[in-house]
Design a protein around this ligand. Structure first.
Ligand code: BGC
Length: 445
């Protein structure tokens, strides 16, 4: 992958062709002759992902910050300084590149960039330009998410995605951010996992006798409106799922056009949350689940330059998603240890959309780093099988670079390949980072 000229070279990603972005892995030592049976396609992107709210710290103008501070609210603990990535981004990016990766996926935070409606902060835009410059200096491709769950508090108080004005408000932000940053972005994403409001409807909360997570969030929404004295408040997680989806779909289309109006050749897509859905032996509603959760987004993806897919496990789909099979190994998130989900998801997504696929999140929450290595080993073996069968996958980005703030669950789940001591902000590289970084450097299993 190139440094200064990466954006220019990446400028057009032809759809439905084998030409990928022009990246090569920066490496100080010559590569050993590749064993073709183990190697990945040329210019394959290997990266790590983060999201602003989870690592930057002190996103005080966001809706989540307000929600985190509601007494007995839905968050286990507030994000606080998180990983202080806002200040430590340069060392984190250098570390990521040193490990062998050639790509960094991160989000820019709308609530910092537009902290009050119509008031854009050049200082914050310049901050993200410095982050992008650091990536460029380390020859990293940049995958930039414009909206990763969090939003400005003012926008949430106006009903978030449910407000008919939301798509225009979002497009205005997209235009402004792209004007300031677009020349440094290799791949833009309008939304991280916009299908989550629908997916939540299929998850059953353990011990709630069929109660879905969506219902839990509805209760949290009512509480938040009272606590914040904001009767129209809505958030990404806590809102009317149908209205939110309509708003997000319209905002995606307008946001994408706004980005393209500034830089027509900017590759734009989004990141879809997907489970490797498998039918229950009886009464499976798998087709309904797929139509309800992914359907409209897979349609939208057909008009994009790429689709990012994000997967962590499988779901056995009955009337709803069934609990993991008895005796299955579980991750810290209570999910089944099932790394083969990557293979299932990329095959399905490619078949449905026919656009280039990038795995933009995959990983495991565990304190046992040896299990993380095993997870990657099996996930990548599956990914390789799919690629060998002709599935057009062009990158693998793991979640996550750092142990970070895992939304409602606080800091407990450990997804990182790098540990963070939150008292000192010291980073400690785990063996899984070296394992995955070596694969990235060699572009080969
Ligand atoms: C989200 C991340 C999250 C990860 C692990 C994805 O749903 O995009 O923000 O931390 O999963 O739960």
């Amino acid at each position: 992958m190139q440094g200064a000229s990466a954006a220019a070279l990446l400028s057009v990603i032809p759809r439905k062709s084998n030409a990928g972005p022009t990246h090569r892995v920066a490496s100080s030592s010559p590569r050993p002759a590749a064993d073709k049976s183990k190697s990945f396609p040329e210019k394959f992107l290997w990266g790590c992902a983060t999201a602003g709210a989870q690592v930057e710290g002190n996103n005080t103008t966001s809706d989540l910050w307000a929600l985190e501070h509601i007494p007995d609210g839905m968050f286990k603990e507030p994000s606080g300084d998180a990983c202080d990535h806002y200040h430590l981004y340069a060392q984190d990016i250098a570390m990521l590149a040193d490990l062998g990766f050639n790509t960094y996926r991160f989000s820019i935070e709308w609530s910092r960039i537009e902290p009050e409606e119509g008031q854009f902060s050049s200082a914050e835009l310049n901050h993200y330009r410095r982050v992008l410059t650091a990536c460029r200096e380390h020859h990293l491709a940049t995958l930039v998410t414009y909206s990763h769950f969090a939003m400005p508090l003012w926008f949430a108080k106006k009903g978030a995605w449910q407000n008919p004005a939301a798509p225009d408000r979002y497009a205005r932000y997209c235009e402004r951010a792209t004007k300031h940053l677009g020349d440094m972005i290799d791949f833009a994403s309008t939304f991280n996992e916009p299908d989550v409001p629908q997916l939540l409807n299929w998850f059953t909360l353990p011990g709630t006798e069929g109660g879905s997570m969506a219902q839990m969030f509805q209760q949290a929404l009512l509480k938040a409106r009272t606590a914040l004295n904001a009767p129209d408040f809505a958030s990404f997680f806590a809102a009317d799922p149908q209205k939110t989806r309509d708003g997000l779909l319209a905002a995606h289309a307008k946001g994408k056009s706004a980005m393209k109006s500034v830089r027509p050749n900017l590759p734009v897509g989004f990141n879809l949350a997907m489970s490797d859905d498998q039918p229950a032996p009886a009464d499976s509603h798998l087709a309904d689940k797929r139509a309800e959760t992914y359907g409209p987004w897979l349609e939208a993806a057909k008009k994009c330059d790429y689709l990012g897919v994000q997967t962590y496990s499988r779901s056995i789909v009955g009337k709803k998603d069934l609990p993991p099979p008895k005796g299955a190994e579980l991750t810290q998130m209570g999910m089944e240890f099932y790394p083969e989900c990557v293979e299932g998801v990329v095959r399905y997504a490619a078949q449905e959309t026919d656009v280039p696929i990038y795995v933009t999140e995959n990983g495991i929450a565990t304190n046992d780093d040896a299990r993380r290595i095993e997870y990657y080993r099996r996930a990548l073996a599956g990914l390789k099988r799919a690629i060998d069968d002709g599935v057009d996958v062009r990158g693998y980005v793991t979640w996550s670079l750092l142990d970070n703030w895992e939304w409602m669950f606080g800091f407990e789940p450990k997804f990182g390949i790098v540990a963070v001591d939150r008292a000192t902000q010291k980073r400690t590289i785990k063996p899984s980072a070296a394992y995955l970084g070596d694969i990235a450097r060699r572009n080969s299993l």
